[in-house]
Design a protein. Structure first.
Ligand SMILES: CC(C)(COP(=O)(O)OP(=O)(O)OC[C@H]1O[C@@H](n2cnc3c(N)ncnc32)[C@H](O)[C@@H]1OP(=O)(O)O)[C@@H](O)C(=O)NCCC(=O)NCCS
Length: 140
C-alpha cells in the first residue's frame, strides 16, 4: 500500500539501496524536512520509497515557481521488478501534478522514460555513485 510518509520513514530503504556500505547519514538529504515523502509498505515493512524536495530548477525553469526534485527513488532488492517502483512514481506524479526534475542514474533512464520523463542532457558524474543524466517530467 502506498502512503505519504515522513523523512524518517524513507531513510533506511534509501540507505540500503542507494548508499550501501556508506554511513547512514549519507541517506539523509538536504531539504528532507521540507520535502514530500512516499512509501510502499506491506505488513509494516517499508519496501519502496521516493521523495520530492523543493530545489531550484537546474537549467531552464519549467515553472515560474521554485523547482521540485524527485530524489531517493529506491525499491528493496527482494521485490524489485514487481511493479512497485512504477506504482510509486505514478502515485507521485498523480499526487503532485506539477513539473518535476531529477538526476537519474544512467542505467535507469528507461524506467523513467516509460512514465513520460525526458532526458535533458548529460551524462555527468556523481562521485561515489556514477554517471547520471538530468531528466524532467511535466503533467500531460
Ligand atoms: C529503478 C527502480 C526504482 C525501478 O523500480 P522497480 O520496482 O524495480 O521497477 P518496476 O517493476 O516498477 O518496473 C516498471 C517498468 O519499468 C521497467 N524498468 C525497471 N527498471 C528499469 C531499468 N533500469 N531500465 C529500463 N526499464 C526498467 C520494467 O521493465 C517495467 O516495464 P514493463 O511495465 O514494461 O514491465 C528499482 O529497480 C531500484 O530501486 N533500483 C535501484 C536504485 C535506483 O537505481 N534508483 C533510481 C536512482 S535515479
Amino acid at each position: 500500500m502506498i502512503r505519504r510518509g515522513s523523512s524518517a520513514d524513507v531513510v533506511d530503504v534509501r540507505w540500503e539501496v542507494l548508499r550501501p556500505g556508506r554511513p547512514r547519514e549519507t541517506a539523509i538529504f538536504p531539504g528532507d524536512d521540507a520535502g514530500f515523502h512516499w512509501v510502499d509498505e506491506e505488513a509494516g515493512q517499508v519496501l519502496a520509497v521516493a521523495s520530492v524536495i523543493p530545489a531550484p530548477w537546474p537549467a531552464e525553469p519549467l515553472t515560474p515557481t521554485s523547482g521540485l526534485q524527485l530524489r531517493g527513488m529506491a525499491v528493496s532488492p527482494a521485490v524489485r521488478g514487481t511493479g512497485r517502483g512504477a506504482m510509486l512514481l505514478v502515485a507521485i506524479q498523480r499526487d503532485l501534478a506539477a513539473p518535476l526534475w531529477c538526476n537519474a542514474r544512467a542505467d535507469v533512464l528507461g524506467f523513467y522514460a516509460r512514465f513520460g520523463w525526458r532526458v535533458r542532457g548529460g551524462p555527468f558524474d556523481v562521485p561515489a555513485v556514477g554517471p547520471h543524466h538530468r531528466m524532467t517530467w511535466s503533467p500531460p
